[in-house]
Structures are given as C-alpha cells and as structure tokens.
Design a protein around this ligand. Structure first.
Ligand code: TYD
Ligand code: MG
Length: 474
C-alpha cells in the first residue's frame, strides 16, 4: 500500500482493506468498513525509521519476591466469584454488555467499595458528566465513598493524571469507545483509536500495577463492538447479561487468564442499585407454576455452584408448513438433537408441532446435562401430563437415546434437597459416586424411552406433594 494511502478497516473485526467493499471477508459483516488514514509509526516504511540500539535489561527468575497480596477483593462476592477471587494487580478486564444493562452501576459500586477499603479507586467516565455519575452514586447511597471521579476522554491526560500521587488500585474507564489518543488521527470509536487507546492504558496498568477495567459496548448480536482485537489484549473479558424486562443480571467470564470461565455472578437490579444474589436457585424458582404441564426443574451447575432452574416447554400443533423451533436460554442445536432422539427412538412425532423452550429467569444454560430436563418438559407438554412438582431432572442424552451420567451429581442433589425437592430423575449410575447418601428418592433412568413411557403413562403429579419453596414476592 502506498504511503499515506487510505485504508478501510472493518469496525467489527479490525481487518484492513485498501478498497471499500460492502462485506468484510474476514468476519462476514456487512457495511462495517470505514476509511481510516494510516498514520504514526505504521505509515513510515521500516527502512526510514531511525535505528535505535536495544537497551539491556535484567532477566528475572520465576521465584521473585513480590510480597503484595496478588489479589484485591472488590468487596462484592458475586463479582469476585467471576474474577476468580478479586482483582489481580496490573490486570486488565473488559466488561461488555447491552446499553442500560447496568455496567456503569456495577463498576461505580465496585469502585466505591474498593475506595472505602482504603484503596485509591479512580472512575473515569467518557460518556456521562461528573454530575450524572454523582447523582447515581447518591441514589446508590455511595456518595461518601472516596472515589476519584473525572469526565475525560484523552488517554494522554488520563495517564499523566493517574501517574501522580499514590498508585491507583483500580481504574475504571467507562467506556473504551469514547477514549482517544493523539498518536493516531482516526475518530474516537474507530478500531484504530480504540486499539491504540487500549494499548496505552494497558501499558499503564502493567507498569503501575493498577487493575484496569474497560467498559466495552456490545453490538446487536452480543459481540463487544468494534474492538474484537481488544479482547485479545486484555486478561479477562466479562459480559453482563440479562433480559431488559427482568431484574436479574448475570455476570459471566468469557475469558479469564487468572481464574475460571464457568462461574457466574448473579445480581438483581433494584431501585437502589445492584443487589448481590447469593442463592440464585431460590430466585429462579420463585415464580414457578406448580403442576402445569410442560415445566421441569433442572438441577444445573454454573462453575462450582449448583443452580436450580425451571425449563418451560410448549408443544402445539403447527399451522405452518415448516414447524417452528424457538429456544430462549439454551442451545438451538441441542434442542434439535433432543427432538431428533425423541422422534427416532421414542416414537414421539413432533414434525407437525411447533416447539418452544424457555429457561425461566433469563438464565442461559450451556450444560448438556439439561437434555433430560428439556426432554421431560417437551414430552410433558405434548402429552399434557404435568410432571411431579417435587422432582428435579438432570442427565445428558446421547444420540442412541441413552441417558449419560454428568459431572457433580452429589452437589446437584444436595441443592435440590436443600430447596425441598423430594426426588431426582437422573442417569443410571449407582456405583458409589456419592449419590447414595442423599435424602432424595432417586429414579435412575438408563434410556430416554423409559422416561417418555413413564411420563405418558402416569404423568399426572400427586397433588399436595409440592416442595416447600420459599416464594419471593416482587
Ligand atoms: P447503567 O449502569 O447506566 O447501564 P450501562 O452503563 O450498562 O449502560 O444502568 C442503567 C439502567 O439501570 C437504567 O435503565 C436504570 C437502571 N437503574 C436502576 O434500576 N436502579 C439503579 O439504582 C440504577 C443506578 C440504575
Ligand atoms: Mg454506562
């Protein structure tokens, strides 16, 4: 490419082209190419750049003497659960999520708690004025927390300011799309700017030992907008999810260099900010319709924590040529597989029925262990036979129709017993795996055919046998 020639950069994935085109071939997105002039170091051909002699540095051993506690707990257990036990010094986190989901609220709460614990916490907003941030803090009852606030967008100014005085323990940048650096001339929000700004801020975090949290916007389909490249530069990517209409918010780690990626943090958005939910099962089961056909309780595991959640299915005759299959909170492919197994091995004909499956409470399940609960809910809806209200279901279904064991069965049973359930329908595996000493009645099923026959034959639940669930109102 000629010197100073314009280049077209995909705002979704960062791929560069020297001509405009409608579709980015790298990521398949349409209309994402934007002209950006290459500038700074990249525009100067390598052979014209001044040669610099390398500086020598001392190499360190792995067993260095760093006495500082490696992690600083944020003071929010649900947040710490997702990060892996607190913020690692010098690490960089990217927090993504839909607009209005509560990213700024979560971070001002975390920054306030850090500041109250006598750490220097800085919150830099590129989107809101200081007065707006203050108003929110007041509403959250955090106005007295010694957080240092600024409404700034220039990366150079921010780094110069942060380098003065005590080293900050936590720096929040809300959001990375609003930041800009002098070193490149593209407009704020373009891939080049976002990448250069993130690079400069990350360098500051690594040298100062501050934990840096970057807020990133999310596109319609849930990707962190623009800087896919930033995802590779940071140590952890977290996403904050939830249904707009519901109060539950789930924080999930998508990538984490210093901790697990399968843990979730559960919050509830209240009038006074985000409240941590330490017992999500009670929350997800709080609005159950007991004894309705088509619902089954799945005993799942999210990271290390058992979570009970209701699966709701609706199977209804279709009026269209191609029946609909819609699923919320679970994998569409997985649903297709369960439907295929039901058709092929259990004689359940669904080709003239619409199928809807929903995970209650806005949770998104990723475990295959939900297969059995989904199948039970589907068959229950189809045959109009309610499942017993005091039963939980878990097990993976194989293509042959066999029900396979899943991980952490004792933990699932323990949680179910704690919440007042009386029996579990689970894979056949009675070889001393710790499931023996449970208070629940265990109904082991080795194949899906047996379960379907059971539901269809005597599916009507026994009345008055429902579990003692603590209902939460409001
Ligand atoms: P916000 O943190 O600004 O979202 P984001 O930074 O992800 O865009 O949250 C905004 C939403 O949260 C807004 O719709 C109002 C709601 N909210 C509450 O319900 N209670 C509260 O105490 C606060 C601060 C916000
Ligand atoms: Mg915000």
């Amino acid at each position: 490419m000629a010197k100073g020639a314009p280049s077209f950069v995909c705002q979704n994935c960062g791929a560069t082209y020297n001509r405009w085109q409608g579709k980015c071939e790298a990521c398949g997105e349409w209309n994402t190419l934007v002209e950006e002039t290459a500038s700074g170091a990249a525009a100067v051909p390598p052979n014209l750049r001044p040669r610099r002699k390398g500086r020598t540095f001392t190499l360190e051993s792995l067993a260095g003497d760093s006495h500082d506690a490696p992690r600083t707990p944020s003071g929010m257990t649900e947040l710490d659960r997702v990060t892996g036990g607190g913020f690692v010094r010098g690490s960089v986190l990217l927090l993504g999520g839909d607009p209005g989901i509560g990213k700024s609220t979560l971070l001002i709460q975390a920054a306030s708690l850090m500041a109250r614990a006598k750490n220097r916490a800085v919150y830099i907003s590129g989107e809101e004025a200081i007065a707006q941030v203050r108003l929110r803090a007041e509403r959250l009852g955090l106005a007295d927390a010694p957080v240092q606030l600024a409404a700034e967008t220039s990366v150079e100014d921010i780094i110069a300011t942060l380098s003065q005085g005590v080293k900050p323990a936590l720096v929040v940048i809300d959001s990375i799309q609003t930041m800009w650096t002098d070193t490149v001339d593209s407009a704020p929000g373009t891939v080049t700017q976002v990448r250069a700004s993130a690079q400069a801020l990350i360098r500051f975090a690594k040298t100062s030992g501050a934990t840096l949290i970057l807020v990133g916007h999310v596109t319609k389909d849930g990707q962190i907008a623009g800087p896919r490249v930033v995802e590779h530069m940071v140590d952890a990517v977290m996403s904050f999810e939830g249904e707009g209409s519901q109060q539950f918010r789930i924080l999930r780690a998508v990538k984490n260099r210093f901790g697990p990626t399968d843990e979730i943090g559960v919050f509830e958005m209240t009038g006074l900010g985000l409240r941590e939910v330490h017992n999500p099962s009670e929350l997800f089961l709080s609005e159950r319709d007991l004894g309705t056909p088509g619902t089954a309780v799945f005993a799942g595991i999210e990271g290390t924590r058992p979570v009970l959640v209701e699966l709701q299915a609706l199977v209804a005759p279709t009026s269209l040529g191609t029946p609909r299959r819609a699923v919320v909170g679970w994998d569409q492919q997985r649903l297709s597989m369960v439907l295929a197994v039901l058709e092929a091995h259990c004689g359940v004909k669904l080709s003239s029925h619409d199928v809807y499956l929903n995970v209650a409470g806005g949770l998104r399940i990723q475990e295959p262990a939900a297969d059995l609960a989904a199948a039970a809910a589907l068959v229950s809806s189809l045959t109009n036979a309610p499942l017993p209200a005091d039963a939980v279901y878990f097990g993976e279904i194989s293509l042959s129709g066999a029900v396979r064991p899943v991980a952490q069965m004792p933990a699932r049973l323990k949680e179910a017993a704690k919440l007042g359930f009386k029996r579990a329908i689970l894979p056949d595996m009675s070889r001393g795996d710790g499931t023996a000493d449970t208070a629940l009645t265990l109904n082991a099923v080795s194949s899906l055919t047996h379960l379907v026959a059971d539901i269809a034959a005597k599916g009507v639940g026994k009345a008055g046998n429902s579990p003692r669930l603590r209902r939460q109102d409001g």
